[in-house]
Design a protein around this ligand. Structure first.
Ligand code: HEM
Ligand code: HEM
Length: 163
């Protein structure tokens, strides 16, 4: 026998689908773009950082814009990562009402801590605080793996929401 409510069987699930999915596609689309820009920022910082390092070692002149460019891109990277943290926490709380649904949380917090450590130590670098430069460089090497970790776990979490 035909079910008289057949239409309901289709409309109810599909409206749920259209209501919940786009909000999460929107979330991870911004996350993916911000992450792409963060990785671009990291690349530029690595290039300009190595350039400054070499110029100092070889006691060469460095272009006057190099320092402030490195600093500016660094500030952009800090902002992007904090934005990612905010999106992740607000999106997850909005969807589940709680945090900690995958290793992505630990990966995200690790990346944020490393970026803040890097930026914090960068502010302390001067001729009498050589340890600050060592912390800055070490934090950034570890950050490479932190970024890889957060991208991989973020990507695998996104798979849950793909149609
Ligand atoms: C978190 C954002 C960042 C900020 C705010 C920042 C800022 C700075 C500042 C202010 C210095 C001081 C340079 C000096 O006075 O000698 C510096 C040095 C340096 N930075 Fe960054 N940086 C950031 C990220 C990075 C990243 C991601 C890398 C590499 C992947 C990097 C590599 C370096 C290196 C190698 C130096 C040493 C330059 C030298 O030995 O003279 N930085 N950074
Ligand atoms: C530095 C970069 C990132 C940080 C700091 C970050 C941070 C976070 C945090 C703290 C959460 C809450 C996790 C939980 O409580 O279980 C989260 C969730 C999430 N993030 Fe990220 N994230 C980053 C990058 C990414 C990337 C690259 C993607 C994918 C394109 C992504 C997609 C997501 C998604 C879909 C969720 C929802 C979690 C779930 O459904 O279990 N994130 N993020």
């Amino acid at each position: 026998m035909e079910c008289p409510h057949r239409l309901h069987h289709w409309t109810v699930p599909s409206t749920m689908f259209t209501m919940s999915l786009p909000s999460f596609l929107w979330l991870w689309r911004i996350a993916a773009w911000s992450m792409g820009l963060s990785l671009l920022a990291y690349l530029l910082l690595a290039i300009t950082g190595v350039w400054m390092f070499r110029a100092r070692r070889l006691q060469q002149e460095e272009p006057s814009w190099l320092h402030s460019f490195h600093y500016m891109i660094g500030s952009c990277m800090v902002s992007l990562v904090l934005l990612l943290l905010l999106i992740g926490i607000i999106g997850t709380l909005g969807h589940f009402g709680s945090l900690g649904h995958s290793p992505h949380l630990i990966a995200g917090l690790t990346a944020v801590v490393l970026v803040l450590l890097s930026a914090g130590s960068a502010l302390l670098i001067n001729a009498r605080r050589l340890w600050a430069r060592r912390i800055h460089i070490s934090a950034n090497i570890v950050l490479f793996f932190g970024f890889a970790w957060v991208s991989l776990t973020g990507w695998s979490v996104v798979q849950k929401y793909l149609p």
